[in-house]
Design a protein around this ligand. Structure first.
Ligand code: SAM
Ligand code: FES
Length: 362
C-alpha cells in the first residue's frame, strides 16, 4: 500500500478507537481498504483486554428446534428445504442440555431455533420458568426470531435476560435480496428497538459476504450498530447451503470477517463479540483468529448429539459430532493455546463510560 494511503487508513483506525464512531464515507473507505490489519488487530486486542482481561466468555447453545416458518434465501432450515430432517426438543431434553452445561461450568444458556409456531408463548414461558427456577444464577438468552412485542415483554418478565436477533443487513434493499417479500425489514428493526426498550441485553448482527453485500451496505451496518448500541454483535461468514436458492453463491471470506471483528471492537470496546461457529467452519483456526482480531465470546454447542447435524444452517458445519464435554474441553485448550482463558461466569457486559461511547466527532 502506498504510504499516503497507509497513513490515511491508520488515521481512520485511530479516530475510530478514540471517538467510537465514523462518518458513512469514512466507514466505506476503511471497509474497502481492509488495510493496516495488524495495527487494527493489536488495537482491538488492547481494548478487549482493557475491559475483559484475557477472558473469553462461553455461552452454551441449545438448538431447540429446526422447524421454521420462514424462507430466508440463505438458510438451510428454511421451510422450503424439504431435505431437512426436522426435530423439536422437549422440555425435558432442553433441561438435560442445561444440566450437562451447568456441570461443565456454563452460566449462560442460549435457546436458539427457527421460527416455530409449535412453541407458543405459553410453552416458551414454561421453558424460561423451568430454567430460571433450576438455575437462578444463570443468564438466559433467547434467539427465536421475530415475535410480537407483548410476547417479548412476557418472556422478559418471566426471566429471560438477553435476546439475539441478527438484523442481517441495515440496508432495506439488501434485506429484500436476502429475504422473500413477506419478510419485512421494518418489522425486524422494530423488534430490535422494542427488545432494547423492554430492557433486554440485545444482540444484533449480520453475515459477512452475503449475496448483494457491498462496502456501502456494511457502512450502513456500522452506522446502525453505532445508533443501536447493542450489548452483543454476532457476525460470521455467509456459507452457502446446498439446498437453498443461494447454493451457488460465493462464501464470505475469513479476512473480511476478521477485519470487521476488529472494527467492531473499536466501535464499541465493551461489546460482547463472538468468534462464531461459521468462522470456525471456514478455517480450522477461525475461532482463535477471531479472538486475536478482537472477539471475546465463544458459543459451544450443548444440543444433543443426535440432532446436531439436523440444525444445518450451512454446509460442513463443525462440532456436529461431539459431546458437550468434548466441545468444552476442545475450546478450553484452543483458547489457552493463544493465551486466553475460558470464563465460566455469566459474562455480563461491563459498563463503558457512556461519554466515551456517545461522544460526537468534533
Ligand atoms: N430464527 C432465529 C432468527 O432468525 O434470529 C434464530 C436462528 S437463525 C438460523 C440464526 C442465524 O443464522 C441467522 O440470523 C443468520 O445470520 C445465520 N445463518 C443462517 N444461514 C446462514 C448461512 N448460510 N451462512 C451463515 N450464517 C447463516
Ligand atoms: Fe466443538 Fe471443538 S468446539 S469440537
Amino acid at each position: 500500500m502506498q504510504n499516503y494511503r497507509r497513513d490515511a487508513v491508520r488515521k481512520l483506525i485511530d479516530k475510530l478507537s478514540e471517538k467510537h464512531r465514523l462518518s458513512r464515507e469514512e466507514w466505506s473507505l476503511l471497509i474497502e481498504s481492509q488495510g493496516e490489519r495488524e495495527y487494527l488487530f493489536r488495537r482491538a486486542r488492547e481494548l478487549s483486554r482493557q475491559y475483559y482481561g484475557n477472558k473469553v466468555f462461553t455461552r452454551g447453545l441449545i438448538e431447540f428446534t429446526n422447524y421454521c416458518k420462514n424462507n430466508c434465501y440463505y438458510c438451510g432450515i428454511r421451510r422450503d428445504n424439504k431435505e431437512a430432517v426436522r426435530y423439536r426438543l422437549t422440555l425435558e431434553e432442553i433441561m438435560d442440555c442445561c444440566s450437562q452445561g451447568y456441570e461443565l461450568g456454563f452460566r449462560t444458556f442460549v435457546l436458539q431455533g427457527g421460527e416455530d409456531g409449535f412453541y407458543t408463548d405459553d410453552k416458551i414461558v414454561e421453558i424460561i420458568q423451568e430454567i430460571k427456577d433450576r438455575y437462578p444464577d444463570c443468564a438466559l438468552t433467547l434467539s427465536m426470531g421475530e415475535r410480537e412485542n407483548d410476547s417479548y415483554l412476557r418472556f422478559y418478565k418471566t426471566g429471560a435476560d438477553r435476546y439475539l436477533l441478527r438484523h442481517e443487513t441495515a440496508d432495506s434493499r439488501h434485506y429484500a435480496k436476502l429475504h422473500p417479500p413477506e419478510l419485512s425489514f421494518k418489522h425486524r428493526m422494530d423488534c430490535l428497538w422494542n427488545l432494547k426498550e423492554i430492557g433486554y441485553q440485545v444482540g444484533c448482527g449480520f453475515m459477512v459476504g452475503s449475496p448483494g453485500q457491498t462496502k456501502e451496505t456494511l457502512a450502513e451496518d456500522m452506522l446502525f450498530i453505532t445508533e443501536l448500541q447493542p450489548d452483543m454483535v454476532g457476525i460470521g461468514p455467509f456459507i452457502p447451503h446446498h439446498s437453498t436458492p443461494f447454493a451457488e453463491e460465493i462464501q464470505g471470506s475469513l479476512e473480511q470477517t476478521l477485519y470487521l471483528l476488529g472494527l467492531l471492537r473499536l466501535l464499541k470496546p465493551n461489546l460482547l463479540l463472538p468468534a462464531t461457529t461459521a468462522l470456525g467452519t471456514i478455517d480450522p483456526k477461525g475461532r482463535e483468529k477471531g479472538i486475536l482480531a478482537g472477539a471475546n465470546v465463544v458459543m459451544p454447542n450443548l444440543s444433543p448429539v443426535g440432532v446436531r447435524k439436523k440444525y444445518e444452517l450451512y454446509d460442513n458445519k463443525i462440532c456436529t459430532g461431539d459431546e458437550a464435554a468434548e466441545c468444552r474441553q476442545c475450546l478450553g485448550r484452543r483458547m489457552e493455546a493463544i493465551g486466553y482463558e475460558l470464563a465460566v461466569d455469566r459474562g455480563d457486559p461491563v459498563n463503558c463510560p457512556r461519554e466515551a461511547v456517545n461522544r460526537k466527532i468534533e
